[in-house]
Design a protein around this ligand. Structure first.
Ligand code: UD1
Length: 420
């Protein structure tokens, strides 16, 4: 298992090119299963572990795949899918593999996908996905750790989400694209990745409107065909590197970063005294001498993204005053606070709320990543801590960040990957 050794104190300076979006590429790759003929060629695919897992699932279903990691390009031919079952061995490694359920159900009217199970962020059920499939006429069965879905006829219908679910919205869109008639999703997730998926599907021949709003309408079509498409840049990776620049008091150009999708976190960064300049195909982030404290409550898009909550907490640990963070999207997403405390941070956690009393500085120590974003937040803390931080379980970070150590080293960080 790899670990990072980070020597804190270096001020970041330079340019980072933002990779393609994980949360966009995953549903798009699943969406390629809908193409009855022709090949889908997807560009801007990040070289990360979660993409490897999704491609293993898709290969298992019988698709032909060519993956050029250097070019960040995947070609998928899904003509000869001959298996409708996504096994536990793969789904347990990544919850988002559940996204193959929608396309399988849409194209073949049957699917069997292992239950994703719980995770460190809380229970994370898939009930909203299932209710949506049922609204379209699918019969669903649970047994032996699997969810099976079958539909004699998959017919358009109105799907109500109690709360917006990001992958839930995508899964229903993927199933409804080939259903008979019109589907309406009420209280849909508005995330930019949903919009990106819909752009891709419409290019394939789908008829979907309203993506990016809470009402998405899908007019089912008979057939979808392969196309070339480029996934959007990763807003969460861009946000993480923006925090990295700011926490070290550095100045970094985030090339290709999509400013529009980052409005809320950028607004909070400005409130912390961070200088943000957009335009010219990227964002320049310049950290102040001392960060100001900030209050943040996570919400579904366009609210403050839960995925950047941990990175902002790292910044708050060295801000000049008291910050408040409330996590409303996931029931258990403050575990990084305990690890930040090992680095000397002053944080009190009460339920879904963290009160962070900013210190002059953190002190290096041994800490452990527990999920993708918590891991990234600990890298940031290590960059600004005095002395050496040893960060264990970096495989979590590798699930969502392409070569984070090399990217940060290129802008001046002292970070080394050590393989045991
Ligand atoms: C996606 C993102 C993840 C991000 C999250 C919230 C991907 C691959 N992952 O995850 O990075 O942190 O959105 O922005 O895009 N819920 C239910 N029942 C369901 C589905 C969800 O109760 O059927 C709950 C969840 O437990 C959670 C909330 O709804 O509390 C939001 O989850 P959701 O938007 O579905 O997150 P994901 O799509 O899994």
């Amino acid at each position: 298992m790899d670990k990072f050794i980070i020597k804190g104190g270096n001020i970041l300076d330079g340019k980072i090119t933002i990779s393609g979006s994980k949360n966009s590429a995953l549903p798009i790759l699943a969406g390629a299963l809908l193409a009855e003929e022709g090949e889908c060629v997807i560009d801007n695919i990040p070289d990360i572990r979660d993409i490897d897992i999704m491609l293993e699932v898709i290969r298992e279903l019988g698709a032909e795949i060519e993956y050029d990691k250097n070019e960040h390009r995947v070609a998928i031919n899904a003509k000869n899918i001959n298996n409708y079952k996504a096994p536990y061995d793969l789904v347990r490694k990544m919850r988002a593999s559940f996204l193959v359920m929608g396309p399988l159900l849409g194209r073949f009217r049957q699917a069997e996908v292992s239950l994703p199970g719980g995770c460190v962020l809380g229970a994370r059920p898939v009930d909203l996905h299932m209710k949506g499939f049922q609204s379209l006429g699918a019969k669903t069965f649970e047994g032996e750790g699997y969810i099976k879905a079958k539909a004699e006829n998959l017919t358009g219908s109105t799907v109500y989400f109690d709360r917006p679910s990001h992958t839930g919205t995508e899964n229903i869109i993927l199933a409804a694209a080939l259903a008979e008639g019109k589907t309406r999703i009420i209280n849909a997730a508005c995330d930019p990745e949903v919009v990106d998926l819909v752009r891709f599907l419409n290019k394939m021949g789908a008829k979907i409107s309203g993506a990016g709003s809470t009402l998405v309408e899908i007019e089912g079509v008979n057939k979808l065909t392969g196309v070339n498409y480029k996934a959007m840049p990763d807003r969460l990776v861009a946000g993480t590197y923006a925090c990295a620049a700011a926490i070290t008091g550095g100045e970094v150009l985030l090339e290709t970063a999509d400013e529009e999708s980052l409005q809320m976190p950028l607004m909070k960064m400005r409130a912390m005294g961070i200088d943000i300049t957009g335009g010219n195909g990227g964002i320049v982030v310049k950290g102040p001498e001392r960060l100001k404290p900030v209050d943040i409550t996570t919400f579904p898009f366009p609210g403050f993204p839960t995925d950047l909550q941990a990175c902002f907490m790292s910044m708050c640990t060295i801000a000049d005053g008291v910050s408040n963070i409330v996590e409303t999207v996931f029931e258990n997403r403050l575990s990084h606070a305990m690890e930040l405390m090992r680095l000397g941070a002053n944080i009190k956690v009460l339920g879904d709320r963290a009160v962070i009393n900013g210190m002059e500085h953190l002190q290096g120590a041994s800490v452990m990543a527990s999920d993708i974003r918590a891991g990234a937040a600990l890298v940031l803390a290590g960059l600004c801590a005095e002395g050496t931080t040893e960060l264990l379980r970096v495989y979590h970070i590798d699930r969502g960040y392409e070569k984070i150590d090399e990217v940060l080293k290129n802008v001046g960080a002292d970070i080394t990957r050590v393989s045991d």
